[in-house]
Design a protein. Structure first.
Length: 266
């Protein structure tokens, strides 16, 4: 699934303001929204999907460039960071269900254009409140042999502190048959995707939940997974487990028809 990114990578703040102005609200809303209607495409501005800006829970990762992944968002609950998310169009971010299940949306803030959480001077972030949350009804408590990229502000080791700066790490994507040969065995379902090294070493971890697992071809990044769960972090024989996005594409499209889609080229 392609992800939203600015065309030209020149003025991120202006692009985000224009992209979400008039759509994502800063006001709290206590009643459900009206049934969504398909967006008028003629009113949608230019938008390019999945292009990483190369000019400007992660274990074993490295710090990204500022706004290298412009679609990356973080979630705060009562002003405290707790999960990641991905901007997929001008209205919606995609995250893990457990990042919103039983959370009061009026206390959730979505922050865009963040890089270093420890400083207010490095970049101009944009905060938005959540207007509505849609959870997949199936929620309950084949890119194999490719390399995926996980991004997030999660802890860098089991039991450690969350990262101030956005990190990235490359991990090999496993087939489900390979993942079932790990210690997870039959806990892995067709709706899941595994990524990681046999000896551990690198992984997503606490605080990375809801963030993206990307697969990059020569021209564009796609979200193939959403950070979901795992046994510990970077543990031998326990790869990271992700929600498999291509199993939910119809649901995502049906629930975002009022948003402006982005163009992309394979």
């Amino acid at each position: 699934m392609p992800v939203a990114a600015p065309h030209g990578f020149q003025d991120y703040t202006s692009w985000f303001q224009e992209l979400i102005s008039g759509f994502v609200t800063n006001q709290e809303e206590s009643t459900p929204p009206e049934p969504v209607k398909p967006v008028d495409l003629e009113k949608c501005g230019p938008c390019t999907c999945g292009a990483v800006n190369k000019k400007t829970r992660i274990v074993g990762g490295q710090v990204t460039y500022v706004h290298q992944y412009p679609w990356m968002a973080l979630l705060m609950y009562k002003k405290r960071f707790y999960c990641g998310a991905t901007l997929i169009n001008n209205l919606y971010v995609l995250t893990a269900a457990h990042c919103v299940h039983q959370f009061d949306k009026k206390h959730i803030t979505v922050r865009f254009l963040e890089h270093d959480r420890s400083t207010l001077n490095e970049s101009d972030h944009i905060d938005r409140k959540v207007k509505w949350i849609t959870k997949h009804r199936g929620y309950s408590k084949s890119f194999s042999n490719k390399t995926g990229i996980v991004t997030g502000w999660g802890v860098q080791k089991q039991g450690g502190s969350t990262s101030d700066t956005l990190l990235e790490v490359e991990v090999p994507i496993l087939s489900n048959a390979e993942c079932k040969k790990t210690a997870y065995e039959n806990r892995i379902t067709p709706n899941m995707l595994c990524a990681g090294y046999p000896k551990g070493e690198k992984d997503s971890c606490q605080g990375d939940s809801g963030g993206p697992l990307h697969y990059a071809n020569e021209t564009v990044h796609h979200i193939v997974g959403v950070v979901s769960w795992g046994e510990g972090c970077a543990q031998e024989n326990y790869p990271g487990v992700y929600a498999r996005v291509n199993r939910y594409l119809t649901w995502i499209k049906n629930n975002t028809i009022d948003a402006c889609p982005c163009n992309y080229n394979y």
